[in-house]
Structure formats: C-alpha cells, structure tokens
Design a protein. Structure first.
Length: 493
C-alpha cells in the first residue's frame, strides 16, 4: 500500500448490467479501501439504496495490530454468497453483511459485477494531500484471483489482549477434516492447550502474530492475526472532578447545567461531596453540552485504544440510555454541517439507574477523516441523543486513562496491601486489600483457564468458596475499582 495524506487506493466492484437502476440502486461492493494517512486500517463497504443524497451504505473496518499495511503485501479476500458477503485480511474474518443489514432496502448483490482498481488523490474522505505527502506513490498488486467458493478456512480470535492475559482462544473455522495445523505465537506467549482446530494462549508482554500453518493434500496455507499485548490502563489526566480546577471549560449547553452540585447518593464508586448535574432538555432531540479543551494533543491515541475516557455517572434515566462523547475541531464543526469537523465519537450505555457507576467510553467511529489528530479543541457530550427525554445526569471523575503510565509505586503499594488466607486452602479463601476496593476477582487454573469469577465486589474484603476446585496451583487476578490489576498465586489442597 502507499502511504500519505490524501492518498486513497481501492479494490472494488460495480454492477455490469445495472439491473436495478443507476448508482447506488444496483449496488457497489468495496473489497478494500484504504486511506494513506491511516496505514493500519482498511475498510470493506456495501453501497445501496436510493439515489444520492438518500443513498445508504454499511461498512466494517480492520485495524492491523502489527506493522502498517504499507509495509508488506497482504491478502484482501471477499467471500461472496447469495445472501452473505464476508471480508478477510490474511485469513482473518473482520466483516460480514447480509440482506438483514440493509434496513429493509433491496439487496442488489445477486447480479454480475466487475472489478475496478484505482488510486485516487484527494477527495472528500481522505482530504487533499498536504506538505507531508510524498510523490510519486505506488499501489502494488501481485495478483487477483477468482475461485469457486468452497468455504475456505479462516482464523478467529482477539486482536488485542492484556499483557499477561491467560486463556485466550484462537481457532480455525471451516478447517478440512484432513488438515493438520502448526501453531506459533508471539515471543513470551505460551500455548496452554492445542489441537489442529484451536489453541489457548497465555500472553507475555510482547505483541506479535498468532499464526496457523494449515496443511492439506492440496497444499499449505498460512492464517494469521497480528495481536497487540497492551499494558494496563491507568489514570493519566483528570479533566473534571468538581473538587479541583478542571482542565476543560464549559462553553454552552442546551439543557441546565449545575456546577458543584451535591452528590445525590454517595457509594463505594463515588463518595465525593460535589459533582456536576445536567438536566436534559426534553424539547431538543439532540441536547448538547459543550466544553473547550487543550489536553488532547493526539486524538489517534483514543481511536487506537492507547487512551480511553472514563467517567462516573448517576442518572434517573432508564438502564441502557446512551451517552455520546464527540471530539471536534471548533473551527470547522458548526451546528448545521455534521460530520464536518467531528474527529471521532465515543459511546457508552448506562447499566444502572439511580446509583453511581464507573463507565468506560468505547470508541464508536470517525465521522470526518480529514480532521487532523492534533487539532481537537472541543468536547461535546450528548445525553440520550435522538430522543426527547428530560432525565437528570450527575457526572464526576471525568478522566483520561493511558497505557504505559508509570504506576510502579502505586502497584507496589497494591501488592503490599493484599492478604490471602488461609494458604494453602481446602474450602474457602479470603482476600483482603487494605486501602483499595476490589471490583473483580478472577481465578485461573495452572493451564490458564478461568475457573471462578466474582464481579462488582466494591469492597476491601471478599471470601470465595473453593472447595469444589481440584487440588493444584491457581492464580488470582485482582482488579480494583480504580483499574489497578495484580496477580497472586495460591495452592489448593
């Protein structure tokens, strides 16, 4: 693949006979689209529906966790059936669409299509080249092959794991009965159980590829997933906690905002005296709370998962209510020009009502790909977007968590605070963590399989009944309410 701002190679298909009419009624099938300023990502898309501007599309994206896609050849594969289309990269299934995904629109992908390959320069999606773009650019294709469909084998499993994570499964779907498989894993990782069809892996600290060398009488195929072993997330920047000066500044709001409101119900999740209170406007379908900010200097760290947003929420809204966070450039994002200026969106749903909960806000999408990663200066919060509700939302401890934050002193204090007794044990085991509240406690056996779990502990002390576990050595992984994690071993007799 080429690389650079404004470079847009594609491998796609258009209808040969246009049975259902002009674009997009007869469909467009994008096998691979790639933006030169995002060299780790490729996209697979279907276009369909009514004529522009009422056309529709559905897409899926693949983010390579190893090297950029510009650093070597990769296999981009489309598997096309009458009522199913699947996209693969290097034997990894990352996207599948069916007629039910088209929201009732006609499925035009049952006619003849033909291939197109091109490399565009500029355009609405990638934006124009800039001073960093180097010319000439090369888009190199080794081959295009068309096969009769025989459900080829493919690999499935996690692309991201935590460092030290145990029991992660990788398996091969559609493996022929006469196939044998040779597995390899990243440096420092170990295979704890193995068969031709699947393995379970305990990871170390290194990222790398999980590979399956599949051999049949017809030949050998390599399937692989680049896996990123991530360090633990830890608090990096507090944007607003209502107890100290915030790093974000409120600019405007549709609903009624109250600064430094009394805590509506202290708990182990949030025992602060003060918090923010927001009464949503029932007369507005999209109620917005706007902040200016300067602490996000590289927004790509949020889309990649290197950094994440966390917040405490207490609301009388129904469980499952949506909260949307949007990173923007205020110079280009106007009230009436969505998606222009909107770098990325992050969406969470509530799991509790009338009590505090700690929420991580997952990445949703990237509405305007042309917004530079270093230009975000505005944060928009939308409580229950696309509704006319009037619920009240309390929020607090709005923080940025980052990987690789130096937490050695904190983790050392956590390790010294843990007490497990009795060890060895026969029937029950009590965990005490002085000064920290536990959130999750997971027990793994000697080969890395999860055998016991207790969640939402919210206490410094918990007792587990372990009498039914076989005798042997086990590992206990403890996660605190402030996202610190440590592991201790114990013996069951």
């Amino acid at each position: 693949m080429p690389v650079g701002q404004g470079i847009w190679p594609a491998f796609w298909m258009l209808p040969t006979d246009r049975v259902y009419g002009d674009w997009p009624r007869s469909g467009e099938l994008d096998i691979m689209e790639y933006l030169g300023h995002e060299p780790f990502t490729t996209h697979g898309t279907l276009h369909f529906g009514d004529p522009w501007p009422n056309n529709a599309s559905v897409t899926g994206s693949f983010v390579n966790q190893g090297k950029g896609l510009n650093e070597g050849f990769h296999d981009y594969v489309l598997e096309w059936k009458e009522n199913s289309i699947k996209w693969f990269v290097d034997g990894y299934l990352y996207n599948e669409k069916k007629p039910s995904d088209l929201s009732g629109k006609n499925w035009p992908f049952n006619q003849r299509f033909h291939f197109l390959l091109n490399m565009a320069v500029g355009g609405g999606w990638p934006g124009n080249p800039d001073g960093s773009t180097v010319f000439p650019q090369n888009y190199q294709i080794d081959y295009i092959r068309v096969y009769d469909l025989v459900d080829q084998p493919y690999i499935v499993g996690a692309q991201k794991v935590n460092q030290g994570e145990a029991g992660k499964e990788y398996k091969i779907e559609n493996l022929p009965t006469n196939a044998t498989t040779a597995w390899t894993v990243p440096e420092g990782a170990t295979i704890t159980t193995s068969s031709d069809k699947s393995i379970r892996v305990t990871f170390g600290t290194s990222s790398g590829a999980v590979k399956a060398l599949v051999t049949t009488p017809c030949g050998t195929t390599t399937l692989e997933i680049a896996v990123k072993a991530e360090g633990a997330l830890a608090p990096s920047i507090t944007l607003e906690d209502f107890d100290t000066p915030g790093k974000i500044t409120r600019k405007s709001s549709t609903g009624v905002f109250s600064d430094n409101a009394p805590n509506p119900g202290k708990s182990s999740i949030n025992d602060s005296d003060l918090c923010g209170k927001y009464a949503r406007s029932s007369g507005d379908q999209y109620d917005v709370l706007v902040y200016t900010m300067s602490d996000i200097t590289d927004a790509s760290q949020f889309t990649s998962g290197e950094k994440k947003l966390y917040v405490d929420i207490h609301t009388n809204a129904p469980i499952g209510s949506t909260i949307l966070f949007q990173l923007e450039n205020s110079n280009t994002a106007l009230a009436n020009n969505y998606p222009t200026g909107r770098h990325s969106r992050y969406q969470a749903t509530t799991k509790k009502q009338n009590e505090w909960e700690r929420i991580v806000i997952p990445y949703l999408d990237r509405p305007d790909q042309s917004v530079p990663n270093g230009s975000v200066n505005q944060l928009i919060i939308l409580f229950a977007p696309n509704s006319f509700t009037n619920h009240t939302y309390y929020f607090d401890n709005f923080q940025i968590y980052a990987r690789g934050v130096s937490t050695g002193v904190i983790e050392d204090k956590l390790n010294r605070a843990i007490n497990i007794h009795p060890v060895p044990t026969q029937d029950e085991l009590t965990f005490t963590v002085d000064g920290y509240k536990m959130n999750n406690l997971e027990i793994f056996n000697a080969i890395g399989n999860l055998v016991l779990k207790k969640g939402n502990i919210q206490s410094e002390r918990v007792t587990l009944q372990v009498g039914d576990l076989p005798a042997g050595q086990y590992s206990a992984r403890i996660t605190t309410t402030n996202q610190l994690t440590t592991t201790r071993k114990f013996l069951k007799i």
